[in-house]
Design a protein around this ligand. Structure first.
Ligand code: S3P
Length: 166
């Protein structure tokens, strides 16, 4: 199967790049949107300290999404090497692209994110630091995003697609 998944911390541009993919005629799936559709209150679980429940829902949504027909997927920032959905993602034919950003570059884009609200900025940055190696371990490709516009980043992602599938 020819398909790519976008991973990376909140604000790294996964959903925006998915819009580029859609505009280019690809079939797309955004797992955060699917979670919200399944349970509009789901993201509140994170703010209320019920992360395990959220991850279970996320895992179930991802499992269904992986069975659907798409070319590009965008995953939530929690998807990396130690997420409960990882095994299923790994065993699917999906290749992952990590959108790598520095925390400074992302700052200002995630004040409203539920985990940021729950943890506070200092611990949220610690979470970011702990996740970076896990994204790298999970991904087949890394695309740096600092100081680059979405057009340029999309071009690199599209090149990866072409190198794999054309
Ligand atoms: C999360 C990131 C969010 C969303 C949920 C959990 C995380 O996705 O899945 O709030 O664990 O960092 P975005 O990366 O799209 O913000």
């Amino acid at each position: 199967m020819r398909r790519l998944g976008l991973i990376g911390f909140s604000g790294s541009g996964k959903s925006s790049l998915l819009a580029f993919a859609l505009k280019s005629g690809f079939k797309t799936v955004d797992t955060d949107s699917l979670i919200e559709k399944r349970d509009p209150e789901a993201f509140k679980l994170l703010e209320n300290g019920m992360e395990d429940e959220f991850r279970a829902l996320e895992t179930s949504v991802i499992s269904d999404a992986l069975k659907s027909d798409f070319d590009f997927a965008a995953f939530g920032g929690g998807i990396h090497f130690v997420h409960p959905a990882w095994k299923e993602i790994y065993e699917s034919s999906l290749k992952l692209v990590y959108l790598r950003s520095s925390f400074g570059n992302l700052a200002g884009r995630f004040d409203e994110r539920p985990l940021c609200r729950k943890l506070g900025m200092k611990d949220y940055e610690m979470l970011f630091r702990s996740r970076c190696p896990l994204y790298e371990k999970a991904a087949a490709f890394v695309v740096d995003t600092d100081g680059r516009g979405l057009n340029e980043i999309w071009s690199e992602v599209f090149e990866i697609w072409n190198s794999l599938f054309q």
